[in-house]
Design a protein around this ligand. Sequence first.
Ligand code: HEC
Ligand code: HEC
Length: 234
Amino acid sequence: MTALHEPPPSRQRGGDDRAAPAPAPAHSRLRLALALLALAAAASASGAGAAGAAGNAAAARADEIVSGKCFVCHGADGESSSPIFPRLAGQHSAYIARQLADYKSGRRKSTTMQPMVDDLAGADFTALGAYFAAKPVHAHAVEDPELAGMGRYIFNRGNPFSGVAACSTCHGAAGHGTETLPRLAGQHALYTENQLKQFNKRERTNDNAVMHAIASKLTELEMKAVAAYISGLK
Ligand code: HEC
Ligand code: HEC
């Protein structure tokens, strides 16, 4: 009976072990790991980390400008609700930045847009371009499918009888454009038609005359038709 109340021999020995100092190697391993972590952090701060911070600052600046004024007409996501204001979602960033600089310098004239960019600079234009270029594009229904059918021919084949070049040769088969050529797909028909009229009358003159030569050969019906077709492209 008494043997049951005696502490097991192993526990007796354990008392001495607990008093022993913790092994030094574990501490130095931790210190080494912390030093490596600090090194890695320093390396990323001077490289990718700095670029990331600059990118975040530009994105924050674009957010601030868009929520301060642009959203009223173009929507925070570049999906403008009124057909007078161009949709900017998915538009190429370099194209946007250049148009904004042109509005500021007066190369592209707009009494609406000029005061919007008066107090902004080149870095803001780049940030705004990246902001809208990253917004998702949406599909939009065509208002008049019959008119759009005629526009499809002009877009893909031009007008061989009057010498109008096919829009697709420059703007792409789906109207997606490139960094130097604007995306047209999904644009409000009224805005597209207005721009074609501006190009024709040489009221929009920052295009090196390329679009003027094309627009001047389009009839009113052809402008409306091609604008209708473009509005339905995604
Ligand atoms: C009061 C309404 C309004 C506000 C606010 C506004 N815009 Fe505009 N925006 C317009 C109109 C109208 C046009 C078309 C002008 C033209 O015919 O050239 C336009 C055109 C543009 C274009 C040219 C698009 C293209 O496809 O060529 C860009 C880019 C643009 N706006 C960006 C901005 C940015 C960025 C802001 C904020 C700093 C802004 N807009 C604020 C009305 C507005
Ligand atoms: C030879 C190449 C070329 C062809 C063909 C062409 N375009 Fe363009 N288009 C351009 C260029 C370049 C611009 C940009 C002008 C600028 O930088 O301001 C442009 C701009 C535009 C814009 C202004 C977009 C905006 O967001 O404001 C519209 C609208 C447009 N084109 C419609 C058409 C249509 C419709 C056709 C066919 C009938 C067509 N283009 C054929 C080169 C072309």
